[in-house]
Design a binder for this molecule. Structure first.
Ligand SMILES: [Fe+2]
Length: 131
């Protein structure tokens, strides 16, 4: 099943740079859906997710810190869980034990769930503090 995700205004956390990064993640999910069979696509997505952690999580955490956001530590815990998930899925991919189709499907499922449970809930909670 291929269900493309479309950005909606209700996804906005009120900070343009963070919205742009969230849009990028959505594009990445759609790209993986469309081209999961393509050689090197999963490795490409892993590289993009490494960059996403480096740039986006850091930017978000810095802004929350500067705003004195009260739930910063809990939020950082969510980001760490993403980081841990990425490490373990990379290990699974590198070990060659699972087919790349299966890995791609599970990455897509994780990222879609992340969009709903983290971006639309945990990130949305800082909206009034940051914007
Ligand atoms: Fe976040």
């Amino acid at each position: 099943m291929n269900t493309r995700i479309q950005w909606q205004d209700s996804y906005s956390v009120g900070v343009p740079v963070l919205d742009a990064q969230h849009r990028h993640l959505i594009r990445l999910i759609n790209l993986l859906e469309d081209e999961k069979q393509k050689d090197g696509m999963i490795a490409h997505v892993f590289d993009e997710l490494d960059a996403y952690i480096r740039e986006h999580f850091r930017a978000e955490e810095r802004m929350m810190e500067e705003a004195g956001y009260p739930d910063l530590e809990e939020h950082k815990g969510d980001h760490k869980a993403f980081n841990d998930w990425l490490s373990s899925v990379k290990i699974a991919y590198d070990s060659g034990g699972a087919s790349s189709y299966y890995i791609a499907e599970s990455v897509i499922a994780f990222l879609k769930n992340w969009l709903v449970s983290h971006i639309l809930v945990t990130d949305m909670a800082y909206r009034s503090h940051l914007s």
